[in-house]
Write a protein that binds this ligand. Structure first.
Ligand SMILES: C[S@@+](CC[C@H](N)C(=O)[O-])C[C@H]1O[C@@H](n2cnc3c(N)ncnc32)[C@H](O)[C@@H]1O
Length: 301
C-alpha cells in the first residue's frame, strides 16, 4: 500500500477506531491501479490544502452524517429534508461544509464498495471512440469529469453545478490531474441545470452522477437530459434507493419507481448495475429499506 494511503487510513482509524475493519476490507478490494489513483488523489488534495488530517475529517463527516440520516430514515421512513431550500444553507451554500463533503465523497468512490463498483461500471461503459460534446451535470468533486477527459475522445466538455465550491473543485482537479495531452477544451458553469437553456439535441454524452435524489423534481431533469442529447448519445446516470444522506431530498423506494420515471421521460435502459447494501440481496435490501445504489446507461427512446 502506498505511503499516503497508509497514513490516511491511520488518521481515519485514530478518529474512528470502529472503522478499522471496514477500511482494511475496502483497501483489500482495490486493484493496484485504483490504489495508485487514490494516492494521486490524496496528493492532489494535500496540494490544495486538504491535508491528511483534513481529509480524514472530511471523509468521516460523510460517514457520520450518512449514519445519522440512516437512523432518521429507519425511524421515520422518509428522508429528513424534502426541498432544496431545506438543504441549501447547510450544504450547497456552506463553503466549508461543501468542500469537506466533496473531498469526502470523492474518497468514498474508492473506499465504499458500491461507489467503487459504480465507478468501475462508468469506466467500463464510457465510450472510447465517440467524439463531440460531453456534458456533466453536478460534477461535484470533478473526479468523473476528469476521468472522462482522460479516457475518451470527446473534444468539448461542459460541467454544470449549482455549487460554487463544486465548480472550484472540478476546475482544480482538471488542472492538477490532467496532463496537457488529455486536457481538453472545457467550460464549467455555476448554474442550476434546469435554468441553463442548453442547445437542443447537442450533446453526444450526458453524465449525471448522484444528482437525481438531490432535486425536488427529478423528472424535469430527465426530460431536460432527453431534450439536450442526441438520438445516439451516451447517457450515464447514477442514483439510489432508500439511501439517506444529508442532502437527499427525493426518495426512490424501489427500482420500478425510478425506471418508470426513465420511461415516462423518454429514456430506456441499455445497461444497469444494481448494488444492494453490502452483504444483502436486492430483495432483502428493498424489504428492509436498506440502501441500494444504481447506475444506468440509458438511451433516448
Ligand atoms: C452528491 S454530488 C455528486 C458528485 C459526483 N457527480 C458524484 O457522482 O460523486 C451532487 C452534485 O450535484 C450538484 N447539484 C445539485 N443540484 C443541482 C442542480 N439543480 N443543478 C446542477 N447541479 C446540482 C451539487 O452541487 C453537487 O455538486
Amino acid at each position: 500500500m502506498t505511503n499516503v494511503i497508509f497514513q490516511l487510513k491511520n488518521k481515519i482509524i485514530e478518529r474512528h477506531p470502529m472503522h478499522r475493519r471496514f477500511m482494511e476490507s475496502s483497501l483489500s478490494r482495490m486493484s493496484e491501479v485504483e490504489k495508485s489513483r487514490l494516492s494521486e488523489y490524496i496528493i492532489y488534495c494535500d496540494a490544495k490544502g486538504a491535508t491528511l488530517e483534513k481529509l480524514a475529517e472530511a471523509y468521516l463527516t460523510v460517514v457520520f452524517d450518512t449514519f445519522n440520516e440512516q437512523l432518521f430514515f429507519q425511524k421515520h421512513g422518509r428522508y429528513r429534508y424534502s426541498s432544496f431550500a431545506d438543504v441549501a444553507d447547510k450544504v450547497y451554500l456552506n463553503d466549508t461544509y461543501m468542500s469537506n463533503y466533496m473531498f469526502g465523497l470523492a474518497l468514498t468512490t474508492f473506499l465504499w464498495p458500491n461507489h467503487l463498483a459504480m465507478f468501475r461500471f462508468f469506466e467500463k461503459c464510457l465510450p472510447r471512440d465517440k467524439k463531440g460534446s460531453y456534458l456533466e451535470i453536478g460534477p461535484g468533486h470533478g473526479y468523473y469529469l476528469m476521468t472522462a477527459m482522460k479516457l475518451t475522445l470527446f473534444e468539448n466538455f461542459l460541467g454544470i453545478d449549482i455549487s460554487q465550491t463544486s465548480i472550484e473543485q472540478t476546475r482544480e482537479i482538471i488542472e492538477y490531474l490532467s496532463d496537457d495531452a488529455n486536457k481538453k477544451c472545457y467550460e464549467l458553469r455555476e448554474e442550476d441545470f434546469l435554468s441553463c437553456s442548453l442547445k437542443e439535441e447537442f450533446y453526444d454524452a450526458v453524465v449525471m452522477g448522484e444528482v437525481l435524489e438531490h432535486v425536488e423534481q427529478p423528472e424535469r431533469f430527465l426530460r431536460e437530459i432527453v431534450r439536450v442529447s442526441k438520438a445516439n448519445s451516451f447517457i450515464y446516470l447514477t442514483s439510489c434507493i432508500n439511501a439517506p444522506a444529508i442532502d437527499h431530498i427525493y426518495l426512490f423506494g424501489d427500482l420500478q419507481q425510478l425506471e418508470k420515471m426513465f420511461e415516462d421521460s423518454g429514456l430506456s435502459v441499455v445497461r444497469s448495475l444494481v448494488c444492494p447494501h453490502e452483504g444483502r440481496t436486492l430483495r432483502e435490501a428493498i424489504d428492509k429499506k436498506l440502501p441500494v445504489n444504481v447506475a444506468y446507461v440509458l438511451e433516448k427512446k
